[in-house]
Design a binder for this molecule. Sequence first.
Ligand code: HEC
Length: 112
Amino acid sequence: MRPVLAFAALLAGIAAAPMAAAQGDALRQERLAQGRRVAETWCANCHVIGPGARGPAGDAAPPFDAVARMPSTTEMSLRAFLQTPHARMPDYRLTQQELDGVVTWILALRRG
Ligand code: HEC
């Protein structure tokens, strides 16, 4: 192998790991953006969907950051809740992508 090729291969090896992480980040950012859109469109009438969001008309529904901090809240519990009909909440039939987004959005509020 010529030295310049060996150097290129070395660089490619070094670059691969952070690139994979950056791709994961990009996917997460995309999901968060999607989740925020879904939440603003479908959930904000009843839930405070995040920090600084406008409050809904009533306070029957828990704010999303409170939901995120409940010990019982997990990715699984959110998915299960959102995929089953509820008496006091519309049944949205979110697409898989919308569901991924809004679950990622709610769980991200746990830190906030
Ligand atoms: C018409 C009003 C309304 C809308 C719109 C609404 N919700 Fe709710 N939601 C409620 C009420 C009321 C509760 C609490 C009572 C209950 O658990 O049934 C609730 C509870 C929840 C909970 C469960 C919290 C817990 O106790 O585990 C989650 C998660 C949730 N909503 C997510 C969403 C998401 C995501 C959307 C938008 C896609 C949404 N909601 C839209 C009224 C609404």
